[in-house]
Design a protein around this ligand. Structure first.
Ligand code: NAD
Length: 374
């Protein structure tokens, strides 16, 4: 059983899908591991550390040759992994709804594509959940980046020269990233409030010491759909939410937006007119910028200024913490494959619940219901 890991090719991608720690664990299962030279450099893992952990290092071509399993952060181009065994498994992030040409190419090449972002949100898969491990780091980094751009302090400071007021931070979308953003902003000393369409988050917001800001006036709202994800809200709800946000946002110094709806463009939460009501010097971090953006006018990987408000958003926020992000991502992959490791077969044999959820292609066909049902 040969596991191969390439250096990531996507622009600005500093993460890597394996660490010395997980190489040793895979070796204990009886697998041999090959890593492309230089694959870990951007995540602060030198080749030597991989070698010491027992990996074979070489060119991309040598690495993928005869591989049974390929691990990636972003799924590699099919041409790059042509030397892998027929039917090889590729566990990576495929961005399946947007990258359909890539999914088709995997099907055509006879590879078994396993989309890590389709891992079901069930208890036993928590340790395999890359969206959570990466979103948690992203939520932290968003607040740190916003604090760095903000030209005032976060905590209240009483000094001989006078008092500095605490920053007011508002987190919109309280999933994994939002919860960590609340916790981080609180740790830095900001006064934090937060909102979500799922009413279950109210208690979570309070338990972190932040103030929930919720639409109460619209009857029968419950924004929770399948798997605990948000659903798209009614027009009436969206109008009520916009009004509530407008009055609240004008008083905020920092806004972190994290709202996503699986398989759809990110919902627009902040309009240009709302930005105009904010104080000059305020900062907005749009964590959904790569999915179309929660904030009107936000541009990935740029700090833009509108009405005196700075708007930031990274296309790959977790990638800005490449070492920790890689360590957690690599553990997610190991937890996933090892949970299904079949000692007799010497390879992972996925069960129906998780296998059917993550598998995109097999036997030269696209087999995932979320894609074929579209
Ligand atoms: P996500 O990244 O899909 O979305 C971020 C947040 O934005 C969500 O809380 C969502 O409700 C919110 N949102 C969407 N539209 C909005 C709008 N118009 N206004 C305000 N907020 C809006 O979310 P996520 O972090 O992936 O978490 C999704 C769900 O999965 C949550 O219920 C979470 O608790 C659950 N979860 C479960 C597990 C598990 O059991 N294994 C692991 C992680 C997350």
């Amino acid at each position: 059983m040969r596991i191969a890991v390439l250096k990531e090719r996507a622009p600005g991608e500093g993460r890597v899908a394996i660490t010395p720690e997980t190489i040793k664990k895979f070796a204990a299962l009886g697998a041999e591991v090959a890593v492309e030279t230089g694959a870990g450099v951007t995540a602060s893992i030198p080749d030597e550390a991989y070698r010491e952990a027992g990996a074979e290092l070489g060119s991309a071509e040598q690495t993928v040759k005869e591989a049974d399993i390929l691990l990636g952060v972003v799924a590699p181009d099919v041409a790059l992994i042509a030397g892998a065994k027929a039917g090889a498994m590729v566990a990576a992030m495929f961005d399946p709804f947007r990258e359909n040409t890539r999914v088709e190419a995997y099907a055509k090449a006879g590879l078994e594509a396993l989309a890590m972002e389709f891992m079901p949100r069930i208890t036993r898969a928590q340790s395999m959940d890359v969206l959570s491990s990466q979103a948690n780091l992203a939520g932290y980094k968003a607040v740190i980046a916003a604090a760095d751009t903000y030209d005032r302090a976060f905590p209240m400071m009483m000094t001989a020269a006078g008092t500095v007021q605490a920053a007011k931070a508002f987190v919109m979308g309280v999933g994994v990233a939002g919860l960590q953003a609340i916790a981080t902003a609180r740790r830095l000393g900001a006064q934090v409030s937060a909102t979500d369409v799922r009413s279950a988050t109210k208690e979570q917001i309070q338990s972190l010491g932040a103030k929930p800001i919720f639409v109460e006036s619209v009857e029968g709202i419950e924004g929770e759909g399948s798997g605990g994800y948000a659903t798209e809200m009614s027009e009436e709800y969206q109008k009520a939410q916009a009004e509530l946000v407008s009055s609240h946002i004008a008083k905020q110094d920092i806004v972190i937006t994290t709202a996503l709806i699986p398989g759809r463009a990110a919902p627009r939460l902040i309009s240009d007119a709302q930005i105009a009501t904010m104080k000059p010097g305020s900062v907005i971090f749009d964590l959904a910028v790569a999915q179309g953006g929660n904030v009107e006018g936000s541009v990935a990987d740029q700090t833009i200024e509108k009405h005196g408000v700075k708007i930031i958003g990274f296309s790959n926020t977790a990638g800005h913490l490449a070492a920790d992000a890689s360590a957690l991502y690599a553990r997610n992959l190991y937890n996933f494959l090892s949970a299904f490791w079949d000692n007799e077969a010497g390879k992972p044999v996925l069960d129906e619940e998780i296998g059917d959820a993550v598998r995109l292609t097999q036997g030269r066909k696209i087999v995932n219901e979320r894609l074929t049902a579209q």
